[in-house]
Design a protein around this ligand. Structure first.
Ligand SMILES: N[C@@H](CCC(=O)N[C@@H](CS)C(=O)NCC(=O)O)C(=O)O
Length: 210
């Protein structure tokens, strides 16, 4: 198994997931700041969207999109379990992942691409105007505050244990930190979730300078 990987929250989500599962994968690094992923014909053949991560299986199949890759890994290696052992448990974890991906990741990343990340992203893709970027960032921040209230004084978002839901939230908050964003006022519970998740051995992937 090979993981085509780079800087950023999506590849690091999959890297953490692999470590949590105890699955070894050779890592092939792309310099996304330099646009290596956008110039590579080999990567484009694997993923026409030219984004990372891409998981390359032994039989030559390529899987793309971070949490669907995690779903695949969970199905082939169900333990240690990170997405739920029953249909009901999985629905609970996926509910958080779906909500977070749509209501936080989308405005947060679009806000970043049209705001602070504009010099890097504008030549690569359509980005929103600076004013829209500000609004999207504010929307993501408001949703972080809402999420903080849902977490309350619990240690985990779902199932009373560490799951993909905690992992995705952790990765996108950490991504924010790497680009100068800070958690908004009223998110002390999320700050605690980050601190606690940072203690996990898999969190070391965030210390790599890539
Ligand atoms: N929806 C995709 C997003 C992938 C994505 O945007 N990856 C970023 C790294 S976090 C990337 O490849 N950025 C470089 C670029 O777009 O040129 C997923 O879940 O994997």
């Amino acid at each position: 198994m090979k993981l085509h990987s780079s800087l950023g929250p999506n590849p690091r989500l999959v890297r953490m997931f692999l470590i949590e599962k105890g699955i070894e994968a050779e890592r092939i690094h792309y310099d996304i700041i330099g646009g290596e992923n956008r110039k590579s014909a080999a990567l484009t053949a694997k993923n026409p969207l030219q984004t990372l991560p891409v998981l390359e299986l032994e039989d030559g199949t390529f899987l793309t999109e971070s949490w669907p890759i995690c779903e695949y890994l969970e199905e082939v290696h169900p333990e240690p379990n990170l997405i739920g052992r029953t249909a009901l448990e999985r629905a609970e974890v996926r509910r958080w992942v779906r909500w977070f991906d749509q209501d936080v990741v989308v405005p947060m990343t679009m806000g970043f691409r049209g705001g602070g990340g504009r010099p890097m992203f504008e030549p690569r893709m359509r980005v929103v105007s600076p004013a829209a970027a500000e609004e999207l960032t504010a929307m993501a921040n408001a949703n972080f505050v809402w999420l903080d209230g849902r977490l309350g004084d619990r240690h985990h978002l779902a199932l009373g244990r560490f799951t993909l839901a905690d992992l995705i939230v952790f990765c996108f908050i950490n991504f924010g930190f790497t680009v100068g964003w800070t958690l908004p006022e009223g998110t002390a519970n999320l700050a605690r979730l980050v601190e606690q998740t940072n203690q996990r051995p898999s969190a070391k992937v965030w210390q790599d300078s890539e």
